[in-house]
Design a protein around this ligand. Structure first.
Ligand code: HEM
Length: 508
């Protein structure tokens, strides 16, 4: 690259010959000025000057990457803000979990770190580039992306440890037998970080994370053999169809009915499901139905009588959130997941993994927002000093960090318990704590979202530019307080679960 002196750059200081220096590099903005979204006028004011500080007041670093073509040379001035190398861990305080950098941890080892680095690299290369534009356009992820997640076994990793990992090559060189719930949590965390929780991330087969476990844990052998490989490869999609227009957290209230044919060989399914993540593009529906025996779970293939329609939410069309209608759908009785009439137990067992996964994603998303706020507060100047020099801003950051780290610690403690308990024990012993944890987590994200909006001001309600991640987070954050069980329902469940084991002999 050609090197210029500061004095040489200074000569190009008029609109028809407009150069400037940004972080050591020389930009020729003459032809770009009229197309500049921030107006030509502001560029005229910095013509011929070092505009690094002005640039970082109004733009994200990614703008420089996108417009690298405008660079015509460099100066001897040392670059102060180099773009971070690929798949690196952030050095901004609290931007990474405490164990990611150098701090010791009872839970994570080198294998977790290697996995984290590898999946971050995958996400940066394959997921992040589409995240913003696809979310805006409401486009579902491409087949290539979903297949790439299959090839690298990310789909399989998101279903947690188990026999489905046997013989698979995992990212970071992790051996399938060493893979535990901390690895799985890292997969959810990294996807949420790269793709935006309750936004583009939802399209990345998150329906599978909740729709496939019932098949894996309770489905008959033929079903596992037929369905699981095609799902884990990314060829086919599956979703969980439980909630209905008249039944959300109130699962017992579902009305989608499945009536057995007189020969006992099929169910005829009639009813609707609402808010079904990935429903618009799923091939399989893990569906809760009501029959004479009570609630059952059925695997329904997309076929005649299955219709899906996109629902517009505050999130994005990338999630494929659907209204599903089953009209006289003929389903073989072999498609029962678990025993007839025992669907409630399958649903309840599944909820734990779903809620825990939501916490993993939400902690990571909140951490990313903390990082955004810390960076903004440091580089944004008001009343002659940076925001972070104002006590009120430090108070807000402190609240966010303290809440986040408290939830993170509880979630890691529960994750550790999951690594020591089998699936049945988890269902019996962790349903209450996980319900309470998810409640605490979404209260934390409310605070993080609220404080982030106050720190970013107008930019927090602007979909592009400096605050675009904050805008998305505050717009979609509420999903977490509803999906997988509303906060109020979870608090109630948490206490009811502990009442079941309350010692009969305990007295004040
Ligand atoms: C390489 C040089 C530059 C490029 C490629 C560039 C590009 C952009 C882009 C893409 C935006 C829209 C922001 C977004 O929504 O993402 C923008 C906005 C803006 N730019 Fe630049 N810019 C450059 C230099 C500068 C400089 C040196 C200034 C100095 C004053 C400046 C001032 C602004 C302002 C005031 C806005 C509007 C910010 C807002 O709406 O909050 N730009 N610029």
């Amino acid at each position: 690259m050609q090197e210029f002196t500061v004095a040489e750059v200074a000569k190009h200081n008029v609109p028809k010959d407009l150069w400037c220096i940004i972080d050591g590099n020389v930009y020729n903005l003459t032809d770009f000025a009229d197309a500049h979204p921030g107006s030509a006028v502001v560029l005229h004011k910095i013509a011929g000057k070092d505009a690094t500080s002005e640039f970082y007041s109004f733009h994200r670093q990614e703008v420089l990457k996108k417009y690298a073509r405008l660079v015509i040379g460099k100066t001897a001035v040392l670059q102060k803000y180099p773009l971070p190398p690929p798949a690196s861990f952030s050095k901004v305080p609290y931007a990474e979990t405490l164990a990611t950098l150098t701090k010791p941890s009872p839970f994570y080892n080198q294998s977790h770190l290697a996995f984290k680095r590898a999946i971050r690299a995958f996400c940066e290369e394959n997921i992040a580039p589409d995240a913003e534009s696809f979310a805006k356009l409401g486009k579902i992820p491409t087949r290539e992306t979903l297949l790439a997640m299959g090839e690298t076994n990310i789909h399989a990793c998101r279903l947690g440890p188990g026999p489905h990992l046997k013989g698979r090559t995992l990212l970071g060189g992790v051996l399938p037998e060493d893979f535990d719930y901390f690895h799985e949590a890292i997969a959810h965390e990294e996807i949420a970080r790269a793709a935006g929780i309750y936004c583009y991330a939802e399209g990345l087969a998150s329906g599978m994370m909740i729709g496939a476990p019932p098949v894996l844990k309770f489905g008959p052998a033929w079903m596992k053999e037929k369905v699981i490989p095609s799902i884990l490869s990314g060829e086919k999609m599956i979703c969980l169809a439980i909630s209905e227009p008249g039944a959300g957290s109130d699962v017992a209230g579902i009305s989608c009915e499945a009536i057995k044919t007189p020969d006992g060989k099929h169910f005829i399914v009639n009813g609707t499901k609402k808010w079904i993540t990935n429903g618009t593009f799923s091939h399989y529906f893990t569906t809760a139905v009501k029959g004479t025996a009570g609630i059952s779970m059925l695997l329904i293939e997309r076929s005649d009588g299955v219709e899906t329609e996109a629902i517009k939410t505050s999130g994005t069309g990338s999630a494929g959130t659907a209204y599903v209608t089953f009209t006289n759908v003929k389903v073989p009785v072999e498609n029962l997941i678990g025993k007839e009439g025992q669907g409630f137990a399958v649903i309840m067992a599944n909820f734990n993994h779903e809620r825990w996964g939501m916490v993993a994603s939400a902690c990571s998303a909140a951490r990313f927002i903390v990082e955004e706020c810390f960076k903004w507060a440091t580089q944004r100047k008001v009343f002659g000093k940076s925001l972070v020099e104002q006590p009120v801003i430090r108070y807000k950051l402190g609240q966010m960090i303290a809440d986040l780290e408290a939830v993170q610690s509880w979630y890691e403690a529960i994750t550790y318990q999951m690594t020591k308990l089998d699936y049945k024990q988890q269902t019996q012993q962790l349903a209450g704590p996980i319900a309470l944890l998810k409640y605490r987590c979404t209260r934390m994200t409310h605070l993080v979202s609220d404080n982030a909006v106050q720190i970013f001001g107008g930019r927090a309600i602007t979909a592009t530019g400096m605050g675009r991640h904050i805008e998305q987070f505050q717009r979609t954050n509420k999903f977490g307080a509803i999906l997988g069980g509303a906060e109020e329902v979870l608090l109630d469940l948490g206490v009811r679960q502990s009442m079941k084991v309350y010692p009969k002999d305990a007295r004040l």
